[in-house]
Design a protein. Sequence first.
Lengths: 103, 474
Amino acid sequence: MKTASPFEYLAQPTNLVAVRFDGQTYQLPKGENLAAALLAAGVRSTRENPGSNAPRAAFCMMGACYECRVRIDGASVQACMIQVRDGLVVEKMQPIGGQSYER
Amino acid sequence: MSANDRRDFDLAIIGAGPAGMAAAAQAASAGLSVLLLDEQARLGGQIYRDIERTSEQRGRILGKDYLAGRALVDDLVKSSITYVPQASVWQADQDGHLCYTVEGLATQTKAHRVLLATGALERPVPIPGWTLPGVMMAGAGQILLKQSGLVAKRAVIAGSGPLIYLIAAQMVRAGNPPLALIETQTAADFWQAQHHLAGALRGWRYLIKGLGLIGELRRAGVKRYRGASDLQAEGQERAEALRFSHRGKQQWLACETIFLHMGVVPNTQLSRAMNLDHYWSAAQHCFHPKTDGWGRSSAAAIFIAGDGAGIAGAKGAELAGRIAALRIAADLGRLDEATMAQSATPLHRELARERAARPFLDRAYPASSQVLAPDDATMVCRCEEVSAGDIRRYAAMGCDGPNQAKAFGRAGMGPCQGRYCGLTVSMLLASVNQRSLDETGYFRIRPPIKPLTLGEIAQLDDPDAGAKEVMDLG
């Protein structure tokens, strides 16, 4: 869901490109860290956790916690380790079949 | 080593922060062939993240200790080394064999010596609500500023440690001061730290810097709640407030972002996966890999330098990197022992000075009891949603170690592979079972230490060299 961002840029970025996230189009700065760019665009949650389906979002920003993972080209990747490029299509990670796992 | 023991490099360094960059430059100047692998797109590690392309405005906000990283980068780019950015190392062994992936392409290589310079992770801060979107590690907030020029608008910073003051001051300079600092260290912690005052005075530069930052926060009117406890992040779909106790009263602060910090701990993921020896540091409440004064680990060909070997900060990491590189050059016959010792003496002396303030800081800014022994209801393993109460229950059922805890309830088996629950799980089990942390141990970390596709394994170019080991990844 798109809301006002809790973050702001020190200097407004230029060279924006179109990125699809969870079915919506965002104008994000080319070459910017994807997790950071989504946060700045007001995307609060990038996946739901298997088990509780609770919303999760970027947490460590250094490739360690795996909270910011998203799906790109069918693969699960860490948004904080990806750079924004034109035409990127990013899917929100949801538990398989939209159901929580049996535990 | 035998004559037909073909190696691609004299030295492979994993991590391009201060330790890795300094070691690479030092080793290259001794004539070693050096491979420098780093997960990020640009040099610097987390402490000097994006130092190469920081703007003047960002440099002013981040301060001169950050800008000091430029000298390391300048030194390194003059050196003749092989630097591979965006390289994720997913396997390494004690014989110097490495596997890594760059943008979906897997490669393997072999070096005579390997230096792990993988730095630190922030200590996990398990409090109720810490999985809510909008709750982040404070270091993550700083990375957003360094790398993207992003600053949080309505944020609180909670926890303890000198880094909190730096991040808060940087936010002040960026025009978005934190709403408040909620600090868990107490006056008693401060008085007990006075036992280490002599050391602190030897490391006086850090004290002056800290006092300067605190003065900056006071002038900016940033409210500080010292001796706070019972932190709790609240919100439905995202963080909306931080609740805590302060001087016997319940406090509630509305905010959009909660930055948590309880100090940093060595990132031992790779040293664990390589089966190197580790021990529990009671003073720092974390495991350290065993290393000698040169950074040599329990395996002769593997060295560890920087915060990954024990927290000493950026300058300490740089010195440790140079020291390890000298020893490695001597190991490989590129430097005689006398020259090595002579070059290393001033570095060792400076490193001792860098470490001098550490016992004072550890004691003055301890991790709070709330995060060392969380309440039963608090989620400990974020990936698999296992609570502290679950871990205590496993212990009561006879679970005596973290690896058994995996079988009981999957703690540590999610994508982060225990990076943000491992210490907590070990401490909880040790406490219930009344065993030492060394007896209790840590999760067995197995390669691949980063998620890997079958396609990446299939691409490995030299089947004879790597196939067997790769097949054993389990």
